[in-house]
Every structure is written in structure tokens, then in C-alpha cells.
Write a protein that binds this ligand. Structure first.
Ligand code: APR
Length: 230
């Protein structure tokens, strides 16, 4: 049976009301990456960084999965072969939509990380660097998200999935941040058929065998139905 590997980006959660990063009015037009999404930013002003993620954590907690999230969960449940979802998103909408074993390569808003001992725990809605780590007691907690200049999580596992993929789909991502933007090329090397589903062609649309333009909540359920035969 065919192994399907899916990469998602902020565009799959756009119709759930969560902002994307590089669209008009996107997050990086309202905040500077160097102020809120680097280790240096956290060292310089942890309260500013926590404030940025606390606001996004509240928004993500209030958001609901949309038809695209639910369609990918349906694919995982009904496709006879393996279906692996890798997300760049830090919201929990894939799991809220019924998906399981999601690989969060950029971490998760719902988890806290101790910068002193590496301990992880479920994040409070409003985190502060003054929150003590439950493992070591240090007051060095940060959001468990991957910042610019840091290595994404579980890369070896992801590359191994791509090496065995028969189908690779990228959904709702602009293809501007590596290593995720290079996943289609990795999958193509393994002979996978690559499909991009996006509101507009991404920066790496040329790496795909097929580009389906449209809103994820409309296009993804149709794509899943095609794969499942109805
Ligand atoms: N349906 C499908 N695609 C959409 C929709 C929608 N309803 N709305 C927006 N898009 C597309 C946009 O056209 C854009 O190409 O989603 C893409 C979102 O791109 P970005 O905002 O760059 O988000 P993403 O690709 O996930 O960013 C990757 O960059 O800042 C870092 O860590 C951050 O994980 C993020 C990474």
C-alpha cells in the first residue's frame, strides 16, 4: 500500500482563524523575528517573547480544526497504507481534528521547555520565565517551539519517512523556510509523487509534480476523497 507523507504549514490553520506568517497582514508584518523568535531575543527580553507566545497560545486554544484538519485525520484512519503528518505549525489543531502521531518539527505552543535542564511539561496558558521548572526548580522556562537558528525537531525521523514516501503533499506552506521547503526534493529523490495544495503557488512549486490552488478546507477534503476512492 502507498505510504503518504504530508507537510503542513500555517495556511492549513488560516481558516480556523489563526494568522499565517507571510501573507498580507501576517505575523511577520506585525512582529520582527529578531524580537520574538530567536534564542538571542529570549536572552534579551524573555517577557516580550513569552508575551508573543502567550497571545498565540490563547488564540490557538480558542481555535477549532477545519475541514482540512479533519480530512487528514480521515486519511490516517481510512487509508490502508501509512500516513505521516509532519507539521510546521505549533497549534494543536491536527490533534483536535482527530489526527494522531503528528510530528511537530517546530514544537508546540502547548508545551514548556526548561532552558536549564531540558525538562518539558504542559504549558500554562500564560507562561513566564519566572515559572519554576517542575524537574529542576530553575526559573528558565521557555515555549517549547523551535526558533530561527535552532534545529527543527525529529529531522532524522522525517527524512527517513520522506525516503520511503510514495506520495508527498505540502499543504498551506509558502516554501520559504528550510529544511521543510526542501522536503519535496527529498521525497522526489525517493520516487514519490509530490503534490502542493496552497492558496497560491509556493516558492518551491516547481519541485512538485502537481500544484492544486485553493483554500485548504475545500481542496484537501477533495484530495483525500480522491485517494480513498470516494
Ligand atoms: N488554504 C491554503 N493555503 C493558504 C490559506 C488557505 N486558506 N491561507 C494561506 N495559505 C497559504 C499562503 O498562500 C502561504 O503560501 O499558506 C502559506 C503560509 O505561508 P507562511 O505564512 O510563510 O507560513 P509557513 O509556510 O507555515 O511558515 C513556515 O516559518 O516563521 C516560520 O516557524 C514559522 O512554521 C513557520 C515557518
Amino acid at each position: 500500500m502507498q505510504k503518504i507523507v504530508i507537510l503542513t504549514g500555517a495556511g492549513i490553520s488560516a481558516e480556523s482563524g489563526l494568522g499565517t506568517f507571510r501573507d498580507v497582514g501576517g505575523i511577520w508584518q506585525r512582529y520582527r523575528i529578531e524580537d520574538v523568535a530567536t534564542p538571542e531575543a529570549f536572552a534579551r527580553d524573555a517577557d516580550l517573547v513569552h508575551g508573543f507566545y502567550n497571545a498565540r497560545r490563547v488564540q490557538a486554544a480558542e481555535a477549532r480544526p477545519n475541514a482540512a484538519h479533519r480530512a487528514l485525520a480521515r486519511l490516517q484512519a481510512e487509508h490502508a497504507g501509512e500516513v505521516v503528518i509532519v507539521t510546521q505549525n505549533v497549534d494543536g489543531l491536527h490533534e483536535a481534528g482527530g489526527a494522531r502521531d503528528v510530528i511537530h518539527m517546530h514544537g508546540e505552543l502547548a508545551r514548556a521547555l526548561c532552558a536549564a535542564c531540558g525538562g518539558r511539561w504542559e504549558a500554562a496558558a500564560q507562561m513566564s520565565v519566572r515559572d519554576a521548572c517542575p524537574d529542576c526548580g530553575a526559573c528558565a522556562c521557555r515555549p517549547d517551539v523551535v526558533w530561527f537558528g535552532e534545529m527543527p525537531y525529529r529531522m532524522e525521523e522525517i527524512l527517513s519517512h520522506l525516503a520511503g514516501a510514495d506520495i508527498f503533499a505540502a499543504i498551506g506552506t509558502s516554501g520559504q523556510v528550510y529544511p521543510a521547503a526542501g522536503f519535496a526534493q527529498e521525497a522526489a529523490l525517493a520516487g514519490a509523487r509530490c503534490v502542493e495544495i496552497n492558496l497560491e503557488p509556493s516558492a518551491v512549486a516547481g519541485d512538485f509534480d502537481e500544484v492544486r490552488q485553493g483554500r485548504a478546507s475545500e481542496v484537501v477534503p477533495l484530495w483525500v476523497a480522491e485517494i480513498l476512492g470516494g
